[in-house]
Design a protein around this ligand. Structure first.
Ligand code: KG4
Ligand code: ZN
Length: 340
């Protein structure tokens, strides 16, 4: 392998078309992200057909921009990587088809990457990872505690039984009149209010590492509906603060439980919800007291949401293991890490 390993990485699992060039798995030469959020906002969520059409329109432009910004051409590349699941099938297929075409045309190895592995490996741009480690992966579609015994080995030790944390944020945001995706704005409002509603902390006391957010979401919605019916106006700031306190409490407690059962030196907080200020503050505070030896790694804002660079970082590990795909690679919308 050449001293300079260059991976062209594709991400198109949801509403971001992103292509990156990553050097040696830990250096971003370019990371172009074309978001489609505005097209989905009026529907209150991602519309799969709209997403696919945008990916088709954007993918070549974004690829050209990524190569140009990195200052490389196809002939400089070592491999091509792509998210092949989990995600929206039509959206995934655009990235998979683009990556396969380039790999075939330029005789390059094709590396299939799990989207959630990408989220976790975004931490690799912060510092080297030491195994075993734990990751709390929290996004619009997933809420998982993942134990990694070694590089590229993922074991789900805790999972949501219903809604993902980000999904709960988006649904609660909707009832508060916040456009999709609502996480960032709910987070901002939460910092202006107080936990006055004391919403339920589902499964918090149960002796497992699983989560449930659907009851909490319903509790917020019922509270708002009830107030509407009796003509009362509730503080949006206090509703946001109370909802966020419940989510963060459960995420932090279950992570602490996981750290007790699986002693590690690093905790990665990954995925779109890792951008949450309240979560970062509470996690750092709790771990400083109870697990002072555990280093908490949260990727910077541009790398917590969906992006190609994180796929390039995860692909570096897969390439070293020669986990490659043939030209028959297909999208796998339900792709998952193996459960414990
Ligand atoms: O990882 P991501 O970009 O896409 C998926 O793979 O799902 O995550 C998007 C999710 C959305 O639900 C969004 O509302 C949430 O991340 N999110 C946040 C924040 N920023 C984004 N949730 C809470 N607080 C935030 N600051
Ligand atoms: Zn994601």
């Amino acid at each position: 392998m050449a001293a300079r390993e260059l991976i062209l990485a594709f991400e198109s699992s949801c509403d971001e078309t992103s292509v990156a060039v990553v050097e040696n798995g830990n250096k971003i030469l370019s990371n172009i992200i074309a978001t489609q959020i505005k097209s989905h906002q009026r529907f209150g969520g991602v519309v799969p057909e709209v997403a696919s059409r945008h990916h088709v329109e954007q993918i070549t432009l974004v690829t050209d921009a990524a190569l140009k910004e990195a200052g490389v051409t196809y002939t400089d590349l070592t491999a091509v990587a792509v998210t092949y699941g989990p995600g929206l099938v039509g959206a995934l297929l655009i990235g998979v088809t683009a990556a396969k075409t380039i790999a075939y045309a330029h005789h390059l190895p094709l590396i299939p990457v799990n989207h959630m592995a990408g989220h976790i490996y975004a931490a690799r741009f912060v510092k080297p990872l030491t195994y075993p480690l734990l990751a709390l992966a929290v996004s619009g579609g997933h809420t998982e505690l993942v134990y990694m015994k070694a590089a590229g080995e993922f074991e789900i030790i805790g999972d949501t039984r219903d809604d993902a944390a980000g999904e709960a944020y988006d649904k609660v945001g909707r009832i508060l009149g916040i456009p999709y995706p609502a996480g960032k704005e709910v987070d901002r409002l939460a910092h202006l209010g107080h936990d006055t509603f004391h919403f339920p902390r589902a499964m918090d006391k149960e002796d497992n590492l699983d989560f449930s957010f659907s009851g909490l979401k319903s509790a917020v919605i019922n509270t708002v509906h009830h107030a509407d019916q009796i003509g009362e106006t509730l503080s949006r700031e206090d509703l946001a603060a109370s909802f966020q306190a419940a989510v963060v409490d459960v995420l932090v407690h279950k992570t602490q439980k996981a750290l007790t059962n699986y002693p590690v030196k690093q905790l990665i907080v990954a995925g779109g919800v890792a951008a949450n200020q309240g979560l970062k503050e509470a996690m750092n505070e709790a771990l400083a007291v109870h697990f002072p030896d555990v280093d908490v790694i949260v990727p910077p804002l541009r790398l917590t949401g969906d992006n190609g660079a994180m796929i390039g970082a995860a692909a570096h590990i897969e390439l070293a293991k020669r986990h490659l795909a043939s030209e028959n690679l297909n999208a796998d919308p339900g792709l998952s890490f193996a459960h414990a």
